[in-house]
Design a binder for this molecule. Structure first.
Ligand SMILES: [Cu+2]
Length: 314
């Protein structure tokens, strides 16, 4: 490890990427960095996305490689941005009809009283074979109205779907109301590097292995995907701010879309970012700003299996 100056430089901007904004250089702050790359500059390719009730304002096309999604929630409900890499030859329309629709149908059965095991079996029957080839590639986690969630991932060229499936108060998936949008990742390289991490979290079944001290202020967290459950959503991590009287068990129950109250507005607490799942072996980075208070790291699908850890910032 050597000490050196780190320069966070500007994003790649092309005419086709109208919402990809140049960020001012945050130069001059000394940082400890790994000398491995042997370069003197770390660059970020920042893609600005605005979440509304219920749509994403986003570019249609971005370069491949390291990409930082900055999701600004301008809605009145929680949102997130899950990136899904579609298998070649499939389209957004097919995704909505053949994958979104089955989840919606099963959700209607759950509301009608079906138990989770039966609902899970029904979902298995309804989903097409190509669902197994859709790769979840991370993306900004849950973020409350007015908040900004920033998450960096490395993307291969291809066709992606950006999706949010938080539910409205009357139980409709945001994804079925417009928050399912296509994104093309081109062959052109972004030239960006991954950010420097202040903290590392390794995700396995069913544990957060945290390395480093959690400090106040802006923290960049590296998340290493080491293991996923076999028959459900993958492991991921989100950060939720808890009030003194927030019941963590209520938040845990909220994380499971199969629960009647699950992922349904209003959320029981305010989320401030995180990352969705990626395939084993990948690393995602997210940035959160931690003011003094009570928080928890929490997974979406495995919170009730122990993937939750409370922490405090003094
Ligand atoms: Cu949403």
């Amino acid at each position: 490890m050597i000490a050196r100056r780190q320069y966070l430089a500007v994003g790649t901007v092309t005419a086709a990427v109208s919402l990809t904004a140049c960020q001012p250089a945050d130069s001059g702050s000394p940082a400890e960095a790994d000398s491995e790359a042997g370069t003197e500059a770390a660059t970020a390719n920042i893609v600005e996305v605005v979440a509304r009730d219920y749509a994403f304002d986003a570019p249609d096309e971005i370069p491949s490689g390291w990409t930082t999604f900055r999701l600004k929630n301008e809605g009145k409900e929680h949102h997130f941005l899950l990136l899904q890499h579609l298998p070649e030859g499939t389209t957004l329309e097919a995704y909505i009809e053949e994958i979104g629709q089955p989840f919606d149908s099963v959700w209607h059965e759950l509301q009608g009283g079906q138990d989770k095991a039966e609902a899970g079996a029904l979902l298995g029957q309804l989903l097409p074979e190509w669902w197994a080839s859709v790769r979840q590639m991370g993306g900004p986690g849950f973020v409350a109205p007015g908040g900004v969630a920033e998450t960096s991932v490395k993307l291969e060229p291809g066709t992606y779907v950006m999706e949010c499936y938080v539910k409205t108060a009357d139980g409709k998936f945001h994804g079925m109301l417009g928050m399912t949008r296509e994104l093309t990742v081109t062959e052109e390289p972004s030239g960006a590097s991954p950010p420097e991490a202040d903290l590392e979290i390794a995700l396995s079944n069913y544990e957060f292995a945290i390395e480093g001290d959690v400090r106040a202020g802006q923290q960049t967290v590296a998340v290493h995907f080491q293991e996923h459950p076999e028959f459900t959503l993958g492991n991921d991590v989100h950060v939720v701010r808890l009030e003194n009287d927030t019941d963590l068990d209520v938040v845990i129950a909220w994380m499971d879309w199969m629960n009647l109250e699950g992922l349904r507005e209003p959320a029981p607490a305010a989320f401030i970012g995180g990352t969705h799942e990626m395939p084993v072996g990948h690393t995602s980075y997210f940035t959160v700003d931690l003011a003094p208070g009570r928080y928890a790291w929490i997974a979406e699908s495995s919170a009730d299996k122990g993937m939750v850890r409370e922490f405090a910032i003094e």
